[in-house]
Design a binder for this molecule. Structure first.
Ligand SMILES: Nc1ncnc2c1ncn2[C@@H]1O[C@H](COP(=O)(O)OP(=O)(O)OP(=O)(O)O)[C@@H](O)[C@H]1O
Ligand SMILES: [Mg+2]
Length: 394
């Protein structure tokens, strides 16, 4: 701890130094304004705002804070929640700068001291938007990661062996390599040149990806052993590896529990309607203990939020017992349009509601350095939204 301030003037004067952790706990609007001001000043610090429990359910406040990468915690349990958030994957203590490329470093290598992150998109329900989200976040991350560091690399794996369609979403219906090809990859540590041969590259975003085989019979080759090989190969060369998993409910396979217990963060995707939420909750209550998954690695992502729906996303998260990753993503026609064009929606329609919220989600997941000014709505768009809303109600 660098210091404690007990009044606003002292808090403003107590410069935390960029890169630290700041917990603001002033009551009411003073705390909100203070933390906003500090967050805009210290771009590399991690901010928490401790609020009364009732304010935790205030989605408007939550959104406002999430847009700035500020995490809300309960004032009654601040120390524990902050410590947990700092420890868990996805809330890394120092999201700050990736180390600069060093002279003499081979462009193909990805040195071990760099923080490697692995993420799984999962849901026990089909059609909730796992693939739409995985493709969007992976493409954005690849683009923005390379702005931060020229050789930042992201890999996206279609780990839905029995129904995955990732390659269509990336405009590559007949992929040259697919997941079973990794069976032929030499054992042991292999060089970047070899690994790259077993992947495809999405040129527009710079994302590397690995589609599933289009042959249904190849599904039997996708085992935990194969996934272990894939994960070992990718995590030595990629800063972030993302898996788009299937539901694995009808046919239980052994690689789903393997991947879920291996990755740093599991993003559980759901639609915010009661039947979907309840059925996913029931499945998780059974599968999380059975597969020995660490519940602390789960984050809830709510997709296809309808305009004017009468629920609070925070209430859904509390009901499911999984921390919510904000923001929830809106229902947006551009998602389907982009899929039809075979392009990630964040590239095809970067200004649409879904893309902007996906940008915010990425920053909340990976750290504020991955945010972009275009992620936020301009003030007049909120006003226009109000009129649209009223027009729809009439
Ligand atoms: N926010 C959204 N707004 C509008 N349409 C969406 C949204 N998210 C997903 N969709 C559409 O819903 C359909 C299912 O999405 P997607 O394929 O990503 O789900 P999934 O969970 O990966 O499904 P599966 O279990 O079959 O793999 C697609 O047609 C997609 O375009
Ligand atoms: Mg899918």
């Amino acid at each position: 701890m660098a210091g404690v301030a007990t009044d606003l003037a002292a808090a403003r004067a107590a410069a935390p130094g960029d890169g630290g952790v700041v917990v603001a706990g002033f009551p009411g609007n003073d705390g909100v304004e203070l933390v906003k001001e500090m967050a805009s000043r210290y771009l590399r610090s991690r901010f928490f705002l401790a609020v009364e429990d009732v304010a935790l359910a205030d989605t408007a406040l939550w959104r406002q804070m999430a847009a700035r990468g500020i995490v809300l915690v309960s004032i009654n349990n601040t120390a524990v929640e902050v410590a947990a958030a700092l420890k868990e994957a996805g809330f890394r203590e120092a999201p700050a700068p990736l180390p600069p490329a060093r002279a003499g470093e081979k462009p193909g290598s990805c040195p071990d001291e760099r923080v490697k992150v692995s993420i799984a998109f999962w849901s026990t329900r089909g059609g909730v938007g796992k693939t739409a989200l995985a493709v969007s976040l992976a493409a954005l991350l690849a683009l923005r990661g390379r702005k931060i560091r020229g050789d930042y690399r992201v890999a996206l794996v279609d780990a839905d062996a029995d129904g995955g369609n990732l390659s269509y979403w990336l405009g590559c219906p007949n992929p040259r390599v697919t997941l079973p090809a990794w069976l032929d990859l030499p054992e042991g540590s292999v060089g970047w040149d070899t690994v790259r041969e077993y992947l495809l590259r999405h040129e527009a975003s710079g994302l590397y990806f690995l589609p599933r085989s289009a042959r249904a019979t190849d599904e039997e080759y996708i085992t935990a052993g194969l996934m272990e090989k894939v994960h070992a190969g990718l995590s030595s060369y990629f800063d972030t590896v993302i898996y788009d998993l299937g539901t694995a409910i009808r046919k239980e396979n052994n690689y789903t529990p393997y991947l879920l217990s291996t990755v740093d963060t599991i993003l559980v995707v759901a639609r915010p309607d009661l039947p979907t939420v309840q059925s996913i909750k029931n499945d998780l209550d059974e599968l999380v203990p059975r597969w020995g998954l660490d519940p602390g690695r789960l984050r809830l992502v709510l997709n296809r939020r309808a305009r004017g729906a009468g629920y609070k996303l925070g209430d859904i998260a509390r009901h499911m017992g999984i921390p919510l990753l904000l923001p929830g993503l809106p229902e947006d026609i551009h998602v389907d349009r982009a899929a039809d064009r075979g392009a990630p929606v964040v590239l095809a329609y970067p200004g649409c509601d879904f893309s902007r919220e996906a940008g915010l989600l990425l920053a909340n997941l990976m750290g504020r350095e991955f945010a972009d000014a275009g992620d936020r709505k301009r003030p007049w768009e909120y006003v226009a939204g109000l009129f649209r809303h009223r027009a729809a109600a009439v």
